[in-house]
Design a binder for this molecule. Structure first.
Ligand SMILES: NC(=O)c1ccc[n+]([C@@H]2O[C@H](COP(=O)([O-])OP(=O)(O)OC[C@H]3O[C@@H](n4cnc5c(N)ncnc54)[C@H](OP(=O)(O)O)[C@@H]3O)[C@@H](O)[C@H]2O)c1
Length: 211
């Protein structure tokens, strides 16, 4: 697929690198092609290409948003550019002392969907640290794959994202509409507090068991 990345830091580079290795055509939508994050990502993953945000988004079937949450309004300043696109929201609104950045009143996923009403926003690749997006392998668990919870209003867009999850080694767990993002964002806080603060370690992921 033709993919574009807005934000190519820890999360963006991990996902973009693995998707390019899987054979996808991955372009960095770069405000500044000489920035540290773009330069480092290209050095790590030579198959990535770079274009202006306008060009990269226009050419993409699926756009990844992997900027700090504070930057989403600026990054999505031209809503028309995203009309009809699947937009994967990888951002997390995190507030002071690891609280929900929007006071748990509303999800970041819904904020992103409202900024680009004609895009099909799917929240995904948010509930763990970037280390797991770099390496999703969990040997020793047979066919069990780590779970990736996703949420979005458009069922077909969720299917597209679920396929990308599977290709990247995850079992997609479809939680339904974008409003479910609030729960995913709290899962992120749970993960950060356990994995990073309490010292459980970044290799912690959840799996789905169901009768
Ligand atoms: N780190 C994690 O483990 C993790 C895990 C899951 C989700 N997340 C979420 O994923 C998002 C990215 O996190 P990260 O750790 O990858 O951040 P990061 O390493 O700081 O990278 C942020 C990227 O966003 C770009 N950016 C900043 N402002 C922008 C703007 N206005 N327009 C376009 N691009 C802009 C930066 O570009 P420049 O270098 O040019 O400034 C950089 O490439 C955050 O919302 C975070 O909460 C993080």
């Amino acid at each position: 697929m033709k993919l574009a990345f807005i934000g190519i830091g820890q999360v963006g580079a991990a996902l973009a690198g693995n998707l390019s290795k899987l054979g996808h055509s991955v372009t960095v939508a770069a405000r500044d092609p000489g920035s540290k994050s773009v330069t480092e990502a290209l050095a790590r993953f030579p198959k990535l290409t770079v274009a202006t945000p306008e060009e990269a988004i226009a050419a993409a079937e699926v756009v990844f948003l992997a900027t700090p949450f504070a930057a989403v309004e600026a990054a999505l300043a031209d809503p028309d550019a995203f009309a009809g696109k699947v937009l994967i929201d990888c951002t997390n609104p995190v507030g002071p002392n690891l609280t929900h950045g929007l006071n748990s009143e509303r999800s970041g996923g819904e904020v992103v969907q409202d900024l680009v009403p004609q895009a099909k926003v799917v929240k995904a690749f948010t509930i763990y640290g970037f280390e797991n997006f770099e390496d999703s392998s969990y040997p020793g668990y047979g066919d069990l794959r780590p779970a990736m919870l996703i949420a979005g209003n458009d069922a077909e867009a969720r299917r597209v994202v679920a396929t990308l999850c599977r290709e990247l080694g995850w079992e997609p767990v479809d939680t339904g509409p974008i409003a479910m993002s609030l729960h995913l964002e709290h899962m992120t806080l749970l993960w950060i507090k356990m994995a990073r603060v309490q010292g459980v370690g970044a290799g912690l992921v959840w799996a789905r068991l169901q009768r």
